[in-house]
Design a protein around this ligand. Structure first.
Ligand code: RIB
Length: 294
């Protein structure tokens, strides 16, 4: 079984379903509000566990009513939460608007995620015991950098989802093996709107890149090789929240199992396609048997 550590956020998603997202200054009437466990870190952990990985989650929840629900959700997925700390104060929340096309806009309030400011001996030991470390940018950047550098020094493969996108220091990028931005993040980080050009720029900083392109699939590029485009299954999306996280968590399991890049990307794309056909983040992530059958 692939052993994976995830250092990242755990949020309660407050999801509003609406025909069309409001413009600034505008009021619209929505259809429904749902509270769904999410957070890019927790989503990747759940996706990896459901895909068959042995997953440990490093992060924090708050002492509010969301905290225990978020922890239980991870535990139900089979994720080890011994290093998911409980910090005094509110849990992270994400305020999400999903429109009739399944597209979303998200505002994240870090809450307890912001208290993860350093790694202790337990966190270092957990990273050392795994083959892969998954990182995103919803925890303090200094902590993400510390974890990436520790993993790199130990020979643990590091995968970074650069979201929410921000300027990344070279101390962090130097410790990343595989960067997985979406097309908007790739453009912001590289200064190039065209994915092939963006990948070329990003490969100056990291050895491997996958740019996710939503329904258009993904672009894989590695230093010294040609970039290769992989299509996504054609499906009708009802909610794209967590699709990128599903892709990353599932891909990590496949790579950890030693599958080749084309097979791993196809498997991860199938998982993301299943995710977008269901509402919510962690609630929509498929199990291994479903991915295999799709
Ligand atoms: O990637 C989707 C996630 O982003 C949501 O679950 C939300 O919590 C935000 O972190």
């Amino acid at each position: 079984m692939t052993a994976i550590a995830v250092l990242g956020s755990t949020n309660m998603d407050l999801v509003t379903y609406v025909a069309r997202a409001p413009a600034l200054g505008e009021t619209v009437t929505g259809r429904e509000l749902r509270t769904v466990p999410g957070g890019k870190g927790a989503n990747q952990a759940v996706a990896a566990a459901r895909a068959g990985g042995e997953v440990v989650m490093i992060g924090a929840v708050g002492t509010d009513e969301f905290g225990s629900r978020l922890r239980t959700n991870l535990e139900h997925a089979g994720v080890d939460t011994d290093l998911l700390h409980t910090a005094a104060g509110p849990s992270g929340t994400a305020h999400i608007v999903v429109d009739d096309e399944g597209a979303n806009a998200i505002v994240v309030i870090p809450g307890a995620n912001g208290t993860v400011t350093a790694l202790g001996p337990g966190e270092h030991a957990a990273i050392a015991a795994t083959g892969l470390l998954l990182l995103q940018l919803e925890l303090p950047l200094s902590t993400v950098t510390e974890a990436a550098r520790a993993a790199k020094a130990l020979g643990v493969r590091t995968i970074l989802t650069p979201s929410p996108v921000q300027l990344l220091p070279s101390e962090l990028l130097d410790a990343i093996d595989l960067l997985i931005p979406n097309e908007h993040e790739a453009a912001a980080l590289s200064g190039c709107d065209e994915p092939h050009a963006a990948a070329e720029v990003l490969l100056r900083q990291v050895p491997e890149v996958v740019i996710t392109l939503g329904p258009k699939g993904c672009l894989y590029a590695a230093r010294g090789g040609e970039s290769v485009w992989f299509p996504a299954p054609e499906v009708t999306a009802v909610d794209t929240t967590g699709a990128g996280d599903t892709f990353v968590g599932t891909l990590a399991v496949a790579l950890g199992e030693g599958r080749g890049v084309p097979e791993a990307l196809a498997w991860a794309s199938s998982a993301a396609a299943l995710c977008v056909q269901r509402p919510g983040a962690s609630t929509s992530m498929p199990y291994r048997s479903e991915i295999d059958a799709s």
